[in-house]
Design a protein around this ligand. Sequence first.
Ligand code: ADP
Ligand code: MG
Length: 694
Amino acid sequence: MKLTDIPGISPARAKALQDSGIRTPGELILFFPRNYLDRRTILKIHRLQGSGEKATVIGTVSAVGESGFGRKKRLEAILQDETGQLKAVWFKGISYFRKTIKKGEYYAFFGTVKRFGRFLSMAHPEVEQLSSTDTSTRDEHQRFAAIIPVYPGNQFFKNTYITSGLLRKWILTVLEWIAVPEFLPEDLLNRFGYPDRATAFRHIHAPDSPAQHKKALERFKFEELFLFELSVVTLKKEVFDKAPGPVMSETRPLTTRFFNEVLPFELTEGQKTTLGEIKHDIRSGRQMNRLLQGDVGSGKTVVAIGSMLMAIDSGYQAVMMAPTEILAEQHFHSLSEWLEPLGVNFRLLVGNQKKALREDILTDISGGTADIVVGTHAIIQDATRFHRLGMAIIDEQHRFGVAQRALLREKGENPHILVMSATPIPRSLAMTLYSDLDMSVIRDLPPGRKEIATRVIREPEREKLHRFITERLEEGGQIYVVFPLIEESEALDLKNATEGFDQIRVEYPEYQVGLLHGRMSGQEKEEVMRDFKMNRIQILVSTTVIEVGMNVPNASVMVVEHAERFGLSQLHQLRGRIGRGSRQSYCMLMTDVKQSREARSRLGTMLETGDGFRIAEADLKLRGPGDFLGTRQSGLPEFRHADILSDQHLLEIAKNTALEILESDPGLGNPKHAALKKVFLPYLEEKKTFFRMS
Ligand code: ADP
Ligand code: MG
């Protein structure tokens, strides 16, 4: 059956449908309504309130005519039943309706009823001509007074005139013609009270009641989540859980010495639990693939070091990778403090090193003299050869993909992988995104940390901010000032970092002011950062390059200019740069007096909480998962009907059901799962390609 077999679909219309991705009648029924008009309430005219209620009215048109001139021109028709009169008005499509609405004929009107003085009125009602108003034609009335699906109509099919009404007709035809096979096992349908697939399509395109539609839609959501979870469970069992990994059982005592002698503080509960989970993984004989989520400042670096030392203790090398050179360099410096006393040999590998030095480092790595290599993600792309790579730490990046992990695998003997992220995400999202990773979470922060005081400051109060900053500087504190853009943009008249830098230098002549932005070379950036760390610079003016990971405990004030232009997670990350020392820290969010509702909501959340998990959740709600994660590369599966945020509960059910079915029937060989298997296998293949594992 072809699209053009359906009455009313001309070759031109078929082409328009095809261009929109609807190629067959079967795909036509996958096109779900955008919303519904509930036209079921038929009222006699004297029962109408005129308070904006929606109703269907059946009657005879007793008068019809145009009135007004020019732009005020309109068509009016009086619909009359035995209890009263209603005036319908059209401001658009006048010539069309003048032909359609005829005096003395019978009609059903559906629309919003309003009262203007004595008149009840309906603007632009939905109209259907009837053969009679009496009950002998009840069927006809009922067909109109139903729940009517509304499809994205003609505007969707750009140049071709395809209305919602036409789509409805065609889809109903298809539903009568084609047989829709079921693939969910019958016992599941019974358990959840879902209609079979064919019925579910009818309940989507022609529901008798909202409840019926809701259940049918849930079935389609469940269906896709269930297939997804089946593939997740299968892949995890077949592929990820089977990858062998180096067995590490601590034959040298560096780890113990690190925790007992070098580390100046007690581990938090979250750090202990996570290290325990990692220890368990690396002894298991299978490769660790673990995501560590912990807020900024929760102490993930210590966990990373502990993990790397465990690897070294067992005779392996470890790498630690950061998204930028600045961060890699900073990691390198903080490692020095803790690893030097242990006599661990660690090297920094970044892009801007001299050739001779680079050669030397590479030799160290391939020869096995280097225990730890710190660098950017480029480490795994480069010609780097490891002697015996056993552990890879990936910092501040939750988007480290499967492809990159495959590259890593080639560098070593299936090294254990720990991905660390400071952007915590809700469980349902983590479940779908990182289905191949095990998860650790650090929820607690190291003790004794002072709460950061956060304020929203408006432009007219800038003088107060100025005095405040001066006081903090006089106490010996340091200040971050962050701007959203590097250069002036014509469209948005923002103060930018360079301009801000010049101004701040004038305002605080007794202090050293530094500038940091993305267009500087790695070396320039590092110099400025080092100067700030050493307190040779007191005020650091910067773009968001300082966003992640930078650690200067003496800096106690973060001023964010044009705070309304930053995303919520970004603001949280920025705020995480302070509150790292013994001083009371302050986060000053500068804004214009005017701001959008969303911006106000973001700033409100910043004032309300410092909990990264709550902030991430609020951010996710405001932006949606695609934006939150940066769509394409996020690896987020695209669901047609389900929404991983609002359907979290259904996702859990789908997961449990998938686990249960694969537990009792691992290969789906049971005849009652035959139809499911037929749909599932191609789906699984697709997923495997996605994971580059087939
Ligand atoms: P993040 O998770 O953001 O990477 P860091 O690892 O940079 O956090 O740690 C933030 C700060 O907290 C560092 O100065 C670190 O030395 C300190 N820290 C980490 N763990 C503890 C702990 N258990 N007790 C006290 N301070 C800690
Ligand atoms: Mg960190």
